[in-house]
Design a protein around this ligand. Structure first.
Ligand code: ZN
Ligand code: FE
Length: 255
């Protein structure tokens, strides 16, 4: 009854994901960065694609949709806020909607900011979060379209998920994210521990994704914009957390 997740590299630093509902055999691609590696992963597993769940309109998450749709009888589900920007969508979803993959149910969480309509998918039963470019390990996506207030509110919704949640994000950016985080929050023991752990993983040639949400809540500065110590470190004691978040985001952009 569980969800089996296959992770594979795509493009330069994207992660591709296949979600397989063990009970029914239903299989979804979580975003479609590239159709070739997705087909190879399907072949390697012996699974047949039934769905694509799209998080946002960027090409490195959508370019594989039409080629896969041409060859598989699939349903493509994506963010209603970006319906006009994504080709091949069959079903539109927004905040609180549920998406079925066989016997597995995923809940849609709107996380505007990286793009205005960006959504994440949460498998509550298995505590798996598919965060694409909203939340990275020790980081978050660049704010290409949104504004800090709603982006911070979106990240708070992700932060409210259980500590045991496993986060599957869109890119391998952890090393660079840690370099920045240490520059503004270097005294944070949770961040130091995480940095050491990530260094070990990378030295062994292993991916740093997926990662544990509970650990990220303590180490990721973008999830800690309302922590007085971090605000003080940014010279923003007493400021609105959304403003602290904006300052952290800006500092990372210029890092
Ligand atoms: Zn993106
Ligand atoms: Fe991306």
């Amino acid at each position: 009854m569980a969800l089996i997740i296959d992770t594979f590299p795509c493009l330069n630093d994207n992660f591709g994901y296949l979600l397989h509902d063990e009970q029914t055999g239903a299989t979804a691609a979580l975003d479609a960065p590239e159709d070739g590696p997705t087909r190879e992963a399907l072949k390697r597993r012996g699974w047949t694609l039934t769905d694509i769940f799209v998080t946002h309109h960027h090409a490195d998450h959508t370019d594989g949709i039409l080629p896969l749709k041409a060859d598989f009888d699939i349903k493509v589900t994506g963010p209603k806020g970006e319906a006009d920007k994504i080709k091949g969508l069959d079903e539109l979803v927004g905040e609180g909607d549920t998406v079925s993959l066989g016997d597995t149910t995923l809940v849609v969480i709107e996380t505007p900011g990286h793009t205005l309509g960006h959504i994440c998918y949460f498998d509550a039963a298995g505590e798996n979060l598919f965060s694409a470019d909203a939340l990275f390990s020790i980081g978050c996506g660049r704010m290409f379209e949104g504004t800090p207030g709603p982006m911070w509110e979106g990240l708070k919704k992700l932060r409210a998920l259980p500590d045991g949640t496993t986060v599957h994000c869109g890119h391998e950016y952890t090393a660079a994210n840690i370099r920045f985080a240490v520059s503004i929050d270097g005294q944070n023991p949770a961040l130091q521990a995480r940095a050491a752990n990530v260094e070990r993983l990378l030295a062994a040639g292993k991916p740093t994704v997926p990662f544990n949400l509970g650990e990220d809540k303590m180490a990721n500065p973008f999830l800690r914009a309302d922590d007085p110590a971090l605000a003080a470190g940014m010279g923003l004691s007493g400021a609105d957390p959304a403003d602290v978040f904006a300052a952290i985001r800006k500092a990372k952009d210029n890092f």
